[in-house]
Design a protein around this ligand. Structure first.
Ligand code: ZN
Ligand code: MN
Length: 474
């Protein structure tokens, strides 16, 4: 058998993603939604503990959030939604069923557009409750018993199911990045508090579909996809079969391994939960939420490119990160051109090179960047020193402007004084001006250098150059 060649269209990837919603209370009771690390089983009540006779009551805020998300993913909203019981027997699910949506999901037929213009179709968006958390003390194999923490039981989740439209690892990453940006703009998901969990379906032409269950965090999803594609390709290339199965993911090794071979939806025995009355989502409710939707990354990208002349690549990087985007818009109020240069060239470089995020900074980034842009605009700091101060800020945790002050890198000479120095230098160098007039480009740099020396390097060469050109009438 020859070596198989895999084209892009031979890979099919689809997701079932679970996104905890940043609600104050749980989906069917008024228990608070608490972070991991909270005293176990404190945020519980008869309803989320599944006591007989307790009745669930739907959290309207969670429905608002789900509608927001479904609209952001271009879904059609169902006029009336119902909840179903998904039966399964496991310690994390004390009622022996999970309340979910099956027959009628809240939203369907949406899409997310990739940068290439390709649309990844969204099959459905629905609400369901999170199960409790199992705790294996000392690790899953070492532990002789399992503890259950029901604080998480009943936390509102939005499940997003895509069609298998993703055809490469890169597209999978792009899709997940876009989704994370969308939920950040919607303000319905708290990255500090929760993680996205994914079930990923992967198949390659010539093999059966494999599902990787319960991968935590999008970085791990990417690792799992990478591993699984290699595994399946290797099997097919060596003439072996990829069997239909469910696999688990081992975070420590980055590998997937067989969990079980067969499972269908019918096994869950869905029935409508009659404890919950059907909820009408009126057109009015939908349109009120639609009115309040924020500007989305794609629209934002187009606007930033137009308004600030951003390159598409920079615009994509910036809009995929809400913090960065807010920062740019704020700093651009002082001076758009300088803000774009400082942020896309210097700040992004520092963050990328040191694998840092804006939130890792120990100083107020927005405030400091705005100050730096102002200093640059007024010619009170050189670009080189502004960059240096940002590096100091992120690495040595000194607020950039404090660093500049302490090291006397701020020009106490204003633009007026720089101008005087420029005039003085020009007066002393009549010959050079003549050379420049004859087309000696080097001469300009020579003159800039003299001014820089005179100002002890504190002037901004760009501004000095501009001044010289103006003075000698170029
Ligand atoms: Zn409760
Ligand atoms: Mn689910």
């Amino acid at each position: 058998m020859g070596v198989a060649v895999f084209g892009v269209s031979d890979v099919l990837v689809g997701f079932e993603l679970h996104l905890p919603l940043d609600c104050a209370t749980k989906l069917f009771c008024s228990c608070p939604v608490v972070s991991k690390g909270t005293e176990p089983n404190n945020a519980t009540c008869p309803t989320c503990l599944g006591m007989p006779g307790s009745k669930p009551v739907l959290n309207k805020r969670a429905v608002d959030y789900a509608i927001k998300l479904a609209l952001a993913l271009n879904c059609k909203i169902e006029r009336e939604i119902a909840f179903s019981r998904k039966t399964y027997f496991y310690p994390d699910m004390n009622k022996n069923f999970q309340i979910s949506q099956y027959e009628i999901p809240l939203g369907r037929n949406g899409f997310v557009k990739l940068n290439s213009g390709k649309e990844i179709r969204i099959r459905r968006v629905h609400l369901e409750e999170d199960p409790g958390a199992l705790i294996h003390e000392g690790g899953i194999h070492a532990s002789k018993y399992v503890l259950v923490d029901y604080n998480r039981a009943g936390v509102p989740l939005c499940e997003i199911v895509t069609e298998p439209d993703i055809s490469s690892q890169e597209e999978a990453k792009e899709f997940l990045d876009k989704l994370k940006a969308i939920v950040a703009y919607l303000d319905i998901f708290d990255v500090e508090k929760f993680v996205i969990k994914a079930d990923t379906n992967i198949s390659i032409k010539g093999g059966e579909r494999v599902e990787i269950k319960n991968v935590t965090g999008t970085k791990n999803v990417e690792i799992a996809i990478n591993y699984e594609l290699r595994r399946q390709k290797a099997l097919i290339e060596s003439g072996k079969k990829v069997v239909r199965e469910t696999r688990g993911f081992d975070e420590a090794t980055g590998a997937t391994k067989t969990l079980r071979r067969k499972e269908t939806e019918a096994d869950y025995g869905f029935i409508i939960d009659t404890d919950l009355v059907p909820t009408e989502i009126s057109e009015k409710w939908e349109s009120e939420i639609r009115k309040k939707l924020p500007e989305f990354p794609e629209e934002k990208k187009q606007r930033l490119m137009k308004k600030f002349g951003l390159r598409e690549y920079d615009a994509i990087v910036i809009v995929n990160n809400k913090d960065l985007c807010d920062l740019l818009e704020k700093a651009a109020e002082v001076d758009a051109k300088i803000a774009v240069r400082l942020i896309t060239r210097e700040l992004l470089g520092i963050l990328y090179y040191n694998r840092l995020r804006i939130k890792d900074a120990q100083f107020n980034v927005t405030q400091e960047i705005v100050k730096l842009v102002r200093l640059l605009k007024e010619g009170k700091v050189s670009e080189k020193n502004a960059k240096e101060s940002l590096i100091k800020g992120f690495i040595d945790r000194i607020p950039p402007t404090q660093f500049l002050e302490k090291n006397k890198l701020l020009m106490d000479i204003g633009e007026k004084e720089t101008e005087k120095i420029v005039e003085r230098i020009l007066k002393k160098n009549k010959k050079a001006i003549g050379d420049y007039g004859k087309g000696e480009e080097k001469t300009l740099n020579f003159l800039v250098g003299l001014v820089m020396k005179e100002t002890k390097g504190k002037a901004e060469p760009r501004i000095v150059q501009k001044m010289i050109k103006e003075k000698i009438g170029d």
